[in-house]
Design a protein around this ligand. Structure first.
Ligand code: BDR
Ligand code: CA
Length: 316
């Protein structure tokens, strides 16, 4: 059985990633690390705690991570993030405040501890900036050879970025950390905009959750409807909201959901292409690239499994 750690900037699709991970029996969710991005780190940690309590999964510990990139001294939420995820990160929807608090161990230290404990069984799924994972690898470089795989939501290879033409939001928050992780030698699959903008949800699906009549079903429907409305404004060409973060969870446990390109990648850290994910020109002759980029997705299979698992979880 796999062990999974999510590293989230708990906004709306991150909230779906939590639910999807809980509903995926092939892996055991052993912890959530909190990051910044859609929200400030403290809000993200609180959202994760509150969502876990609403889903009656208070056995999953939450660890606070770093609050900003190593190249900046603070972080402010971008207005566009607040527009897409709501000021509280979960679509301005109120849910009960969790009774428990985050653990005292830091997010990066939790990665290190889990890597030594679970080795190849450990699946790391970052769906926010790569700041925490980079910090963990810097502190204990050995972990790159211990863990099973990093399956991250971030980047864009065959389509433009969503922050600007070259960069995707998670990578854009901390290009240095992303470049460090990409070139660290850790086995990595990039689940970027190439595939996540093809897995879409509409109000037809959220209505099914609302119709369950359960508290969690109604709250998740309200939260995701906010995101669907935001996508109508920011990305009307898509016709739904992108299931960025849950797709990374799906690919982590079921790699056949995507077709991949074996490619050693890097991230540009400065100049006009800062934040771009691209093949590393110094490794083009490496016969066995360590990383993969998802470039195709079996979207019907993913969406069927996603709806089946989440509807079951919200019905409980
Ligand atoms: C990514 O950025 C965040 O806003 C989303 O939660 C997702 O992880 C999409 O670019
Ligand atoms: Ca995210």
């Amino acid at each position: 059985e796999y062990k999974m750690i999510l590293d989230l900037d708990t906004g709306i699709d991150d909230a779906l990633a939590i639910a999807y991970a809980l509903a995926t029996p092939e892996s055991d969710l052993i912890g959530i690390v909190g990051s910044y991005g859609n929200i400030l780190v403290e809000q993200g940690v609180q959202n994760s705690l509150d969502l876990l309590e609403m889903l009656i999964h208070t056995e999953v510990p939450v660890y606070q991570g770093l609050s900003h990139s190593s190249t900046t001294d603070h972080f402010d939420v971008m207005p566009i993030s607040a527009q897409i995820h709501g000021k509280n990160g979960i679509g301005e929807v109120e849910i009960p405040t969790a009774k428990r608090k985050a653990e005292t161990m830091s997010g990066p230290d939790f990665f290190i501890e889990a890597a030594h404990k679970y080795g190849k069984k450990l699946l790391i799924v970052p769906t926010g900036p790569l700041t925490n994972l980079a910090a963990a690898i810097k502190k204990d470089p050995e972990i790159v050879n211990l863990v099973g795989r990093v399956t991250l939501m971030g980047g864009a290879l065959t389509v433009p970025g969503n922050v600007n033409p070259v960069t995707e939001a998670n990578i854009n928050q901390d290009p240095e950390a992303a470049d460090f992780v990409f070139r660290s030698g850790i086995p990595l699959t990039m689940v970027g905009l190439d595939v996540t903008t093809r897995t879409l949800l509409t109000t037809k699906e959220t209505q099914k959750w609302r119709d369950l009549g359960t508290f969690a079903g109604q709250k998740y429907a309200d939260i995701v409807d906010y995101y669907i409305d935001a996508y109508k404004v920011t990305s009307p060409h898509l016709g739904g909201c992108a299931l960025h973060d849950p797709l990374a969870v799906g690919v982590a446990v079921e790699s056949s959901l995507v077709t991949t390109l074996a490619l050693d990648m890097k991230v540009d850290t400065e100049g006009p292409y800062a934040g771009r994910t691209i093949g590393d020109e110094t490794k083009v002759n490496n016969p066995n690239p360590i990383s993969k980029a998802a470039i195709g997705v079996n979207k019907d299979k993913f969406l069927d499994e996603f709806m089946e698992k989440l509807t079951k979880l919200f019905a409980e």
